[in-house]
Design a protein around this ligand. Structure first.
Ligand code: SF4
Length: 250
């Protein structure tokens, strides 16, 4: 596994559990608002890839490859903390692009940890495989946009059917799950929230995440972009609540 980092303690990222977060390295999306550019850029890219989502050359910081975290060090830590931490959040980047994810999670579960997987939903086959092997205890998926805006938001032209399939698999998994969407005015409108709500109709939980520009971003030009106000977010939640059992913003 390519591991980009470890956060040794979180009380908020795994509902109801004291957990650590493992950040996997590399992502198949280029969400313009993404605050993890060092996890997103793969270590090897072609010259044409060396541009940001707006088509500009990437900054020096963006061009830095992630310094990988040693898997041995990670498991040394996990062995030491077994019984003290309840769970591990596996997030990215995008964990499901790594073929040996099932073996990696199995090793974590063998130490007694519950596992929460964060995914962008592009690899329903991997999600299915992990569920079949009982390797997941909680699923969180980003729904980035309605279908017609997926490429604008993620910077990638992809098959939206994969996203719909992942939504279905997660909803039918029988596990606790949540969907999340990062919202900012330049990308998503009330109408878009309405469209996404329709796609998620009947789902358990949907969190609308307020855009923050206080860190490095995949598209540095987004640092100048505005967030929705708290009042606007309240209004978007009212729309979301028409469709799902629990909708809130954070
Ligand atoms: S927000 Fe998530 S899916 Fe999007 S580029 Fe960043 S890590 Fe990848």
């Amino acid at each position: 596994m390519l591991i980009g980092g470890l956060e040794k303690l979180t009380l908020i990222d795994y509902p109801g559990k004291v957990a650590a977060i493992v950040f996997t390295s590399g992502c198949n999306f280029r969400c313009q608002f993404c605050y993890n550019p060092s996890l997103v850029w793969p270590s090897k890219e072609t010259e044409s890839d060396k541009k940001d989502t707006a088509g500009h050359p990437r900054s020096k910081e963006q061009d830095n490859n992630p310094s990988l975290y040693s898997e041995d060090d990670l498991f040394h830590f996990l062995e030491k903390r077994a019984g003290k931490l309840d769970g591990i959040v596996i997030t990215g980047g995008e964990p499901t692009i790594q073929a040996n994810l099932p073996e990696f999670i199995k090793k974590i579960k063998d130490l007694g940890y519950a596992v929460k997987l964060d995914t962008n939903g592009t690899n329903p086959e991997m999600i299915k495989k992990l569920l079949k092997a009982n390797l997941i205890d909680y699923l969180a998926m980003d729904l980035k946009a309605p279908e017609d805006k997926y490429e604008l938001v993620t910077g990638i032209n992809m098959n939206f059917q994969k996203i719909k399939e992942s939504v279905k698999i997660i909803r039918e998994s029988g596990l606790p799950y949540e969907f999340r969407t990062t919202i900012l005015p330049v990308l998503l409108s009330e109408k878009d929230v309405e469209s996404m709500g329709k796609l998620l109709a009947g789902a358990d939980k949907w969190y609308l995440q307020k855009f923050k520009a206080d860190t490095e971003l995949v598209n540095p030009e987004f640092k100048a972009e505005k967030s929705y106000s708290s009042k606007d977010m309240d209004g978007l939640v009212v729309i979301g609540k028409k469709y799902v059992k629990l909708c809130a913003w954070r």
